[in-house]
Write a protein that binds this ligand. Structure first.
Ligand SMILES: *Cc1c(COP(=O)(O)O)cnc(C)c1O
Length: 354
């Protein structure tokens, strides 16, 4: 059924190995992140076959899927646990990322109730302004967290390049390492993990600039799309096409590029603007914003250009690809937004190949 996303499990396994090899040289553990694909077990399975030892997701529902399919694989909860999720967090996750004492106290109580040791990583905000304890408040929070029954303080973590787009470098990641060292000195306790971010930290691995002490990265996009996420360069030897989106042409006709009549608002409340390129052959595909955001995909055939999309239709310029017509299937590469959209849309059919 179309539209479909074709998922090459061998390429995902291969890309996982590329990232693992890169990390191994720097003594870094890779936690594989499954949130961009609803924790689909066949994809997670390909990551595990490549040698991944821990899986991570932002959502309890996805941890539930992973726990059901891989009961022996330790899981990490990436998004801060909500107070309402404490019970499920302790039940499903071996380790969670945290920044709030109130939640840590609740996790501690719940871990004792379930007779478990729950591991926690304290997130530090080093400027990206998403989650994390402000560095000057860390000693106080950590001192209390380290003494909570039922919890084990695994270490510190940071997330960069997400909200604020702050690039990981020797300065901010170095600061994380020195905060960890200070904490080890003041507590007399060794910290096992310093978790240095996501796929935006991969360029530092490539250049050998990852500060020593950082011993874990949490990687999603780097594996799935084979790219680091600062400049979106392909990792050496990685496959860029583990995912390919395919959709069908419903109409193919010559029309002008500027609509006729008075321009008001489009279906999304925006006032559209059009560049006049004269008459072009336009194809309408059965692929809309309910399937994937058009900004997140690009046609594999470089002669095809995207004009725009509505809820159910993608409109492309096929003037330079004259063989394309009604019933043709066009293929697209996905970027992160395109991957997320197509993997989470119920209308995009998932097909696995090896
Ligand atoms: C999503 C996420 C990651 C993985 O990000 P990628 O860019 O896909 O590698 C890592 N850590 C946290 C906390 C996340 O939310």
């Amino acid at each position: 059924m179309l539209p479909e996303i074709v998922i090459d499990l061998d390429k995902i396994e291969h890309n996982t190995k590329v990232v693992l090899d890169l990390a191994r040289q720097a003594g870094v553990e890779v936690v594989a992140v499954t949130k961009a694909f609803l924790a689909e077990p066949q994809i997670a399975g390909a990551m595990l076959r490549a040698g991944i030892k821990m899986l991570a997701d932002a959502r309890i529902e996805n941890l539930e899927i992973l726990h059901r399919h891989f009961p022996d694989v330790p899981l990490m909860l990436l998004r801060l646990p909500g107070l309402s999720q404490v019970k499920d967090t302790v039940r499903l996750a071996a380790v969670s990322l945290n920044s709030e004492l109130k939640v840590l106290r609740a996790l501690s109580e719940e871990a004792r109730r379930q007779g478990k040791k729950h591991r926690v990583i304290l997130m530090v905000d080093l400027g990206d302004l998403r989650e994390g304890i402000w560095a000057e408040n860390l000693p106080e929070v950590a001192a209390e967290a380290m003494n909570m029954d039922g919890l084990v303080m695994d270490g510190l973590g940071v997330n960069l390049a997400c909200y604020g787009g702050i690039i990981p470098n020797g300065d901010n990641l170095g600061q994380l390492v020195s905060l960890a060292q200070d904490l080890e000195t003041s507590s007399g306790q060794k910290l096992k993990v310093i978790s240095g971010g996501n796929s935006a930290s991969l360029p530092l691995l490539l250049t050998g600039e990852l500060p020593s002490g950082i011993n874990q990265l949490r990687i999603g996009e780097g594996i799935l799309l084979g790219r680091e996420t600062v400049k979106r360069r392909l990792l050496p030897g990685a496959a860029a096409d583990a995912f390919v989106l395919r959709a069908e042409v419903l109409e193919s006709q010559d029309k002008p590029t500027v609509p006729i009549g008075n321009v008001g608002q489009d279906a999304f409340g925006e006032t559209p603007q059009f560049e006049d390129k004269g008459w072009r052959r336009r194809a309408i595909l059965a692929l809309g914003r309910q399937d994937v955001p058009p900004e997140g995909i690009s046609p594999l055939d470089e002669r095809v250009k995207i004009f725009g999309a509505s809820s159910d239709h993608l409109i492309v310029d096929i003037t330079d690809a004259p063989e394309v017509g009604v019933g043709s299937v066009l293929e697209f590469n996905v970027r992160y937004a395109g991957l997320l959209g197509s993997m989470t849309s119920p209308y995009v059919h998932k097909r696995f190949v090896k």
